[in-house]
Ligand binder design. Structure first.
Ligand code: AR6
Length: 192
């Protein structure tokens, strides 16, 4: 059964979609992993991606020398349908800390930059930092969406950016944040 589409907007040539589902099943050119600085696997999205991709993924991430918070690194997708995995390292949540907010925006921006540099035109993101790293979804959603929207406003390389959200509550929180942004920028964001 296809994933239920929850919300979709267009910005220039790109669609941004919010979909409730499992990121490991996505057929976009790349999926983004919510990794940690070691890049050696973990729980949540990271565990699910490593299990679905197979042990060759860990063999490749072992060669990368880790990754700083707010940055991202790219590997092949191995047994996944996606050709590439972009391993982004989000921050561990700290309330009222602007550095943490900047690091969260940065991980989305760096993932988009890496994707574009590798000719990727379709990409799926999970809700980075909102599981084990404790970022409240209400605070993370507008930061994540704004980072991606700002990127596609300034760059033409993407056809489709999907947020693959793990349950209905997270999806509705993202939908609310996207609706707020669409109200703020009606000339730029077309609700489909
Ligand atoms: N597809 C989509 N979303 C998922 C999936 C899935 N298969 N599984 C979980 N989520 P988390 P973080 C949601 O903890 O907060 C790992 O151990 C989940 O409900 O995966 O960035 C790493 O190794 C939540 O909304 O990532 C790091 O040590 C969101 O994905 C650490 O956790 C992110 O939850 C990173 O923590």
């Amino acid at each position: 059964m296809p994933n239920p589409l929850i919300y979709r907007v267009q910005i220039n040539q790109a669609t941004i979609e919010l979909i409730e589902g499992d990121i490991t099943k996505q057929t976009t050119d790349a999926i983004v992993n919510a990794a940690n600085a070691s890049l050696l696997g973990g729980g949540g999205v990271d565990g699910a991606i490593h299990r679905a991709a197979g042990s060759e993924l860990l063999a490749e991430t072992r060669t990368l020398g880790g990754c700083q918070t707010g940055d991202a690194k790219i590997t092949r997708g191995y047994k996944l349908k996606a050709k590439f995995v972009i391993h982004g390292v989000g921050p561990i949540y700290q309330a009222h800390n602007t550095l943490v907010q900047q690091q969260l925006a940065s991980v989305y921006r760096r993932s988009m930059e890496l994707a574009e540099a590798n000719g990727i035109r379709t990409i799926s993101f999970p809700s980075i930092s909102t599981g084990a790293y404790g970022y409240p979804v209400e605070e993370a959603a507008p930061i994540a969406l704004k980072a991606v929207i700002d990127y596609v406003i300034q760059h033409n390389g993407f056809e489709r950016v999907a947020f693959i959200l793990f349950n209905e509550q997270i999806t509705e929180t993202y939908a609310h944040a996207l609706a707020q942004l669409a109200k703020l920028y009606p000339d730029i964001i077309k609700v489909l």
